[in-house]
Design a protein around this ligand. Structure first.
Ligand code: F6R
Length: 595
């Protein structure tokens, strides 16, 4: 998705902007550009990678204020002319924008009628023209008046020729200001500015900020407001590959630490096992969990977990569908899971829930994200920055947060609860053992890499893991993969099975075990090769499946964690074998900020 950066200070802006843009590449983009104020405005942009843009720039662009953008096309194809920054008619005002201006057609016609000339197909281009229209010597005022005409969502940064300040604004799209020493930064995302500062301000919806080298002034409806300074705990190293070939592999390997960090807040080694921090009084009468993509798979696992522990019905729904339901959510409290905290569909769902008077608990990885601000309560996962587009460690951290939410309220025998807490503490070590079997998993991946279609099957709490295994494989290796509840395979997909279509079967030691063995036998009868994931010591699975990835023994409620990690490695090595661009899969973006 689009990324914004900006700089004003004591250094030359060009190299700073390019460096910051490079750090946003992981969000996914198709074009990029920068504008620097060096007396006149100079704009360089194209439908190319940041590195290529850097190579086309003149050796030195003088100017200590500038803005930059990575674009993920929504209005108009990826092209030089559609790339940001966009300028007004005079070429004196440049704007970068994230979000969608919903009334841009009307504004464009109106402005064209007033003599403004448009060159791109983008919605963004109306903004510099509106600012031009309202400019009467005060850029911030002109931005405020221009935004008064705009409907939709935006995070914008505006630069004017000859000025050593930036004007920024946000509504429903994230924007942060990084505070430095006689220099300040703006960005849509923390990793962009970590090389320079860890001090940030988060803008609120409706804020307009004036950023100069010496300070930041934020106002709402013309009144100056104070925005608190936060210190980011993520380090530069967190956002680097650290010797791994891909971010995804690094992030997979970070998972034992992520589990330790995320559960560290509530399972204390010094306390008796069942002593858990809780979220206070959570009504367990009705529970609704909403999310998209991989986070939705975490939500589904949460559903199985809570239904098992609470013995009440739990609904897990797609946030992207939730808004279209004719009925009210009819819950008093809901959980929304979004690692980025900026997914448009998740935010829309939160707003709908809040509109119905529902209390919302958000599980997110990003401090200060829009979801966390909208939430009544936020559970932060401690995964650190996740750069690879494919979610791995943020998913595992979400599961940890769900265990946190669920365990203190479990209607189970205290000894069972103690046992689960004990298991939770042992999880990092067990995940490490899965990671240690990387070489074996990569051998199976080599075989999978030759296939065109793969099915993943699981039952119960591991059915969502089958969905997640398939999603991981398809998004990074481009192999067609489908996740199915094992019992559903015979209701249609059997027609697709055969020698060329392997099936990955997740076998857990719970009440689904016998049925999974039956499913494997049914699949084998259709000649599909079966790769099973099973616990060590299970001799039976090896007799029915063609090959087995053996995983440490664990309580079945935690088995999704180990199975998911094994499937992440399987997807990673399959994609690597096929030579895919693992960290930045085609057509995908890290945080999906449009509907
Ligand atoms: C897949 C993936 C996506 C996200 C989805 C929701 O690997 O990362 O499916 O899970 O776009 O994103 P968040 O959790 O940021 O709301």
């Amino acid at each position: 998705m689009c990324g914004i950066v900006g700089y004003v200070g004591r250094r030359q802006a060009g190299p700073v902007l390019l460096n910051c843009l490079g750090k946003l590449e992981y969000r996914g983009y198709d074009s990029c550009g920068i504008a620097v104020s060096s007396g006149d405005l100079v704009v360089y942009k194209d439908a190319i990678r940041v590195k290529a843009l850097a190579e086309t720039l003149p050796r030195s662009i003088e100017g200590k204020a500038g803005i930059g953008h990575t674009r993920w096309a929504t209005h108009g194809e990826p092209s030089q002319v559609n790339a940001h920054p966009h300028c007004d008619c005079t070429g004196r005002i440049a704007v970068v924008h994230n979000g969608v201006i919903s009334n841009f057609q009307k504004l464009r016609e109106q402005l064209s009628g007033e003599g403004h000339h448009f060159v791109s197909e983008t919605d963004t281009e109306v903004i510099p023209h509106l600012i031009e229209k309202y400019y009467a010597g005060d850029l911030a005022k002109a931005v405020e008046l221009a935004l008064g005409e705009v409907e939709g969502s935006y995070a914008i940064a505006v630069l004017m020729s000859g000025e050593s300040r930036l004007v920024v604004a946000r509504k429903d799209s994230p924007l942060i200001i990084g505070i430095g020493d006689r220099e300040n930064f703006i960005a849509s995302d923390v990793p962009a500015i970590l090389d320079y500062t860890s001090q940030v301000l988060y803008l609120e919806d409706g804020d307009i900020g004036v950023v100069t080298p010496g300070g930041v002034e934020v106002s709402q409806h013309g009144k100056v407001v104070r925005r608190e300074r936060h210190t980011i705990s993520w380090t530069v190293e967190d956002a680097q590959k650290g010797g791994y070939e891909h971010f995804m592999l690094k992030e997979i390997h970070e998972q034992p630490k992520v589990i330790r960090d995320t559960i560290g807040g509530y399972v204390s080694a010094a306390e008796p096992p069942a002593h858990l921090a809780t979220m206070g009084d959570i009504s367990l009468e009705e529970i609704l969990i909403l999310a998209c993509g991989t986070s939705y798979h975490a939500a589904l696992i949460g559903k199985y977990l809570m239904e098992e522990l609470f013995k009440v019905a739990v609904r897990a729904e797609l946030a992207s569908e939730f808004s279209y339901s004719g009925r009210a959510s009819s819950v008093s409290r809901a959980i929304v899971i979004t690692q980025s905290g900026e997914t448009a569909d998740a935010l829309k769902a939160i707003r709908k829930l809040k509109g119905e008077g529902c209390q919302v608990i958000v599980i997110t990885n990003v401090v200060g994200s829009t979801a966390s601000r909208l939430a009544d309560q936020t559970v932060y996962t401690r995964a650190g920055p996740e750069i690879s587009v494919a979610a791995t460690k943020s998913f595992i951290a979400q599961l940890m947060a769900l265990y946190w939410l669920a365990l203190p309220y479990a209607k189970i025998d205290i000894r069972r609860l103690d046992g689960l807490v004990m298991e939770l503490r042992q999880l990092p070590g067990k995940v490490q053992r899965v990671l240690d079997s990387e070489a074996t998993i990569s051998e199976y991946a080599r075989q999978l890499a030759r296939c065109e279609d793969v099915f993943f099957i699981g039952r119960g709490i591991n059915f969502p893991v089958a969905l997640e295994g398939a999603l991981k494989l398809k998004e990074i290796s481009y192999i067609h993969a489908e996740g199915y509840a094992a019992g559903e395979l015979k209701h249609g997909p059997f027609a697709l099975l055969g020698r060329e279509t392997p099936v990955v079967a997740i076998v857990a030691q719970d009440n689904t075990y016998e049925a999974m063995l039956t499913s494997i036998k049914e699949v084998k009868a259709r000649h599909s090769p079966v790769l099973a994931l099973a616990e060590e010591g299970d001799e039976v699975v090896g007799e029915v499946a063609d090959s087995v990835i053996t995983l440490p023994r664990v309580d079945a409620l935690f088995s999704p964690v180990l199975n998911a990690v094994a499937l992440q490695l399987l997807a990673y090595y399959t994609a690597r074998e096929r030579g895919c661009p693992i960290d930045f899969p085609r057509n995908l973006a890290k945080s999906v900020t449009v509907e």
